[in-house]
Design a protein around this ligand. Structure first.
Ligand code: NAP
Length: 560
């Protein structure tokens, strides 16, 4: 009765340390862990104790007897992984690393800028040291970054990771300064003057451009904005999304492209039970879109979407999935047996053989195709697409090269899902090409650090940020131990008052918890997990009211 890892695996490896018989791989430090699309349970070694399922923050591990029909392919995926990679030299018990201890006595203060997964995993790692306290800042009044504003609303299992974040933020030594913009409400210099270490985990807030004629037409949007729109990001609610046409074209075929395609093609009544933002839900309910074409410039083997996401899409029986490889025959996709590509191409071949139900919306996974121009009189009406062939570059990596043939595909909207790009961080060096702050294992220089996408670029999954944050925290500990960080000239005493003076709507943990309660209360009234608040002023008001009685009683106490 093995347990099985399924689609929402976040790869943070909490399950690996929980497993008493070391049957979940690849484990941190093993070959393949850093690039693994998910982790796998070895059915032959699993003793079915369920410890992994309890430890998993994303509800991704289930006993094989409870797999739904859509999840059944994961049973084979888990087994096949161990056929290809037996991990025969594994120890009978998982290797639990000894907890590092600081050599110098504190107290030490760390400011974390960005309350997304990278920031919260880093805070968790830092708080394993009782000498360290952590203040987490975020521009928005709500934490959790892309878990709240990026993970697609039909992936509610993945959003369960918020429970882990809730435990992290409740630890002693943790404080929130939400709704506070570093660079505006408090400067980098003020932070370095008060904290031993300042750690930026601000992600990659922009997106890559296409730079083709017509890309600026109305209806040509970035997927980053579209994702923020349907997820209730306060800055994206005014996005001009027009769904009064039959076809959307998405450029790029990563997981973001698949998220957008599913949201557009899904029967919107199924989204009513999710935390999708209210205004987008209303628009999706009246959407006239019938087809979403996802353009991959290379072939199926090079597709950027991951196997778990493709399995998830294939399980959506409410959506047709069509695979279009143009002139390239199916058998030309053969990949190295046992590789992720092999599984991916096999799944695509299965999908290609499925009948299309005209009553359902359709996602077309189109390969060897790049957009070359957007047509329309100031508004998207069609996209000119070039057909490509693959030519290996000097390193042998297959690159898309236009064949010279083009075609026009009518569409009312174009989404660029060609990857995120990090913006410069004020007062820090910047690598414009990669959109990151240059760093060595997270150290920018002693006292200033980065983790997450601003450190490594926009790759990986939520749990990837755990090992990434651990590496950066190790560098912070190294520098604290070595005494290379200058002692801050100031302290954080009275900092709340200073910031409240500049930003009266600052939100602390109690304030965020009040926002969370209010969203859940409104959701419960209509049978949804939450109704997201999208108005920053309303969030600040709810948070301030929640904090007010406490301050009032403190004031009374102070007067006495
Ligand atoms: P991504 O995985 O890097 O995919 C970018 C896509 O855009 C690729 O198909 C790429 O093709 C294509 N592309 C780039 N430049 C292009 C151009 N000029 N013309 C045409 N196509 C172009 O990026 P993403 O989808 O934004 O995802 C970012 C990260 O978040 C990934 O690690 C992803 O796995 C993760 N994520 C995970 C989930 C999940 O687990 N459910 C959900 C969302 C995001 P080439 O391959 O040819 O360069």
């Amino acid at each position: 009765m093995p347990h099985v890892v399924t689609q929402s695996c976040c790869s943070d490896a909490s399950c690996v340390v929980a497993c008493p018989v070391n049957c979940i791989h690849p484990a941190p430090g093993e070959p393949g862990f850093a690039t693994a699309e998910m982790l796998y349970v070895d059915a032959a070694a699993c003793v079915d104790c369920g410890a992994c399922a309890t430890a998993c923050p994303a509800d991704a591990i289930v006993p094989h007897t409870t797999l739904t029909e859509a999840q059944l392919p994961f049973l084979a995926l888990n087994t096949e992984y161990f056929d290809a990679f037996p991990h025969a030299d594994r120890t009978p018990l998982a290797l639990v690393h000894e907890q590092r201890r600081l050599k110098r006595s504190g107290p030490f203060r760390v400011a974390v800028i960005g309350a997304g997964p990278a920031g919260l995993y880093a805070a968790d790692e830092l708080l394993k040291h009782p000498e360290i306290s952590v203040d987490v800042f975020d521009r928005l009044p709500t934490p959790y970054g892309l878990v709240r504003a990026g993970v697609a609303p039909d992936h509610q299992h993945t959003k369960q990771i918020e429970r882990l974040f809730g435990q992290i933020e409740s630890q002693p030594g943790f404080r929130y300064f939400l709704g506070v913009e570093v660079g505006k409400d408090i400067s980098h210099a003020e932070l370095t003057a008060r904290y031993h270490a300042v750690l930026y985990t601000v992600g990659a807030a922009s997106d890559k451009r296409l730079d083709i004629p017509g890309d600026d037409h109305a209806g040509s949007l970035s997927a980053t904005d579209f994702v923020g729109w349907y997820n209730g990001h306060p800055d994206k609610q005014d996005l001009a999304v027009d769904l009064s046409h039959e076809r959307v074209i998405i450029v790029g075929n990563g997981n973001v492209a698949l998220d957008c395609a599913r949201i557009l093609a899904e029967n919107p009544t199924r989204l009513e039970s999710t935390d999708i933002a209210t205004l987008p839900l209303g628009q999706l309910l009246t959407s006239e879109v019938r087809e979403v074409v996802v353009l991959g410039r290379r072939g199926p083997r090079e597709a950027a979407f991951t196997v778990p996401e493709l399995v998830g899409l294939a399980g959506h029986r409410s959506i047709n999935v069509v695979v279009d490889t143009g002139d390239v025959a199916l058998e030309d996709w053969a990949s190295e047996e046992g590789s992720d590509d092999d599984v991916k191409t096999r799944l695509l071949r299965d999908l290609a053989g499925r009948p299309v139900d005209p009553a359902k919306r359709t996602i077309v996974l189109r390969f060897y195709a790049s957009p070359v121009a957007v047509h329309g009189e100031g508004k998207v009406t069609a996209v000119e697409v070039s057909r490509n062939r693959l030519v290996p570059d000097e390193q042998g990596v297959p690159r898309a090269v236009p064949t010279g043939e083009t075609e026009l595909i009518e569409a009312g909207m174009l989404l660029r899902a060609v990857g995120y790009h990090g913006l410069p961080v004020t007062d820090l060096p910047y690598d414009a090409a990669r959109g990151i702050v240059p760093n060595e294992q997270g150290r920018v220089f002693p006292g200033v650090y980065v983790a997450g996408w601003v450190k490594r670029g926009p790759t990986g999954f939520i749990g990837t940020n755990k090992s990434d944050a651990e590496e950066t925290v190790d560098r912070i500990l190294d520098d604290l131990d070595a005494g290379t960080i200058p002692e801050p000239v100031g302290t954080t005493q009275g900092l709340r008052g200073v910031i409240r003076g500049r930003q009266p709507g600052m939100v602390d943990l109690a304030g965020w918890q009040a926002i969370d309660r209010e969203e859940r209360r409104r959701g419960a009234e209509v049978g949804r997990p939450r109704i997201k608040l999208v108005d920053v002023d309303e969030m600040r008001r709810i948070a301030t009211e929640a904090s007010a009685p406490r301050y009032a009683s403190l004031r009374r106490w102070a007067v006495r």
